[in-house]
Design a protein around this ligand. Structure first.
Ligand code: TYD
Length: 343
């Protein structure tokens, strides 16, 4: 199989590429198309760089000509390319509409015209909105609350419409929060780990009691692979971690654990002004994914500790990002007005 992986230099996309080429499908070919925005990083693809079965093209999924050229000879497309960070979507929503809605549409339409056999679109569990109890089914209504999740909902609805209207051979997955190595240090876990290593404060939004269904990136990628190869066209599959909720701690407990593994004081936790429209809880039902025979390998407790250790061992990966102008400007913009907040 020859797979075009868009957003393949990002966090989850690059894990999918490394796994496909190095572990699970040693005869497959992968072409990565990635715009290399702030979150895309060629260092994430170093382990596959020299392989003859791997190629990289820099480009935008919203650019028809680039997409068309990259699609030549492609059997399947997996679309990871997206703006993904909720806080950035609140500061700069246009980029999310451009990439996650329009870019997704152009990629889907161009893929259909080129006759690909499968188009797997990676969406998010955030399209369901907050779920106070229970677990979201793929048939539940969508109720996105941030510009990020609303743009992702728009993108996936366009992909499903292209399946129904034009016969695009599409499948959608809705993924829970991922964590693990190579995650850009703006998301909760890598931000708090790297801040703690540097004795900087850990900004805690609101009361810190929000809950996510943390899924190790390697399990996320194996789930995408299962759906790509065994999923049914036109269907939606949730992706997440099936562990009981008691084993998936709230934000505050995660940050406390990070500090304890690193031997840092809890006084580094700083309550800050909450994110607007902050969803308190996500959880998805995984029966449909399980019926494909998928099983996770990681328990969150082990995965979190291993992830802390990965950031301790790989400062050469994250230090240039955190000291770079782009990250520093974002950090100042997102956190400056929040941090004087006292509870
Ligand atoms: P995040 O990693 O941004 O993922 P998402 O918002 O897509 O779930 O945030 C995870 C949780 O952590 C979420 O409840 C917001 C919270 N959070 C903080 O408390 N402080 C932070 O600095 C960040 C980035 C997130």
């Amino acid at each position: 199989m020859r797979i075009l992986v868009t957003g393949g230099a990002g966090f989850i996309g690059s894990e999918f590429v490394r796994r496909t080429l190095l572990d699970s499908h040693p005869s497959d070919e992968v072409m990565v198309l990635d715009k290399l925005t702030y979150a895309g990083n060629l260092a994430n693809l170093e382990p596959v760089e020299g392989l003859a079965r791997f190629r990289f093209v820099q480009g935008d999924i919203a650019d028809r000509d680039t997409v068309q050229a990259a699609l030549h000879g492609t059997d399947a497309v997996v679309n990871f390319a997206a703006e993904t960070h909720v806080d950035r979507s609140i500061l700069d929503p246009d980029a999310f509409v451009k990439n996650d809605v329009l870019g997704t549409w152009i990629l889907a339409e161009t893929a259909r015209a080129s006759g690909v056999g499968r188009f797997l679109h990676v969406s998010t569990d955030e399209v369901y909105g907050a779920v106070p109890t229970g677990a979201s089914l793929e048939t539940d209504r969508l109720d996105p609350t941030s510009p990020y999740s609303a743009a992702k909902a728009g993108g996936e609805l366009l992909v499903l419409a292209a399946y129904k209207t034009y016969g695009l051979p599409a499948i959608v997955v809705r993924g829970a929060n991922a964590y693990g190595p190579y995650q850009y240090p703006e998301k909760l876990i890598p931000l708090h780990i790297t801040n703690a290593i540097d004795d900087q404060s850990l900004p805690m939004y609101g009361d810190g009691q929000q809950r996510r269904q943390w899924t190790h990136v390697s399990d996320f990628a194996s789930a995408v692979d299962a759906v790509l190869r065994r999923g049914t066209l036109g269907e939606i599959y949730n992706i997440g971690n099936p562990e009981p909720e008691a084993l998936l701690p709230v934000n505050m407990e995660i940050s406390r654990r990070i500090l304890s593994v690193l031997g840092k004081p809890e006084s580094l936790i700083e309550y800050v002004v909450d994110r607007p429209a902050h969803d308190r809880r996500y959880r998805v039902n995984l029966d449909k994914l399980g019926a494909l025979g998928w099983q996770p390998e990681w328990r969150f407790a082990d995965g979190l500790d291993a992830t802390v250790q990965w950031y301790v061992d790989h400062p050469h990966w994250w230090r240039p990002i955190k000291s770079g102008e782009h990250h520093r400007a974002y950090y100042a913009r997102n956190y400056a007005d929040r941090s004087s907040f006292a509870r």
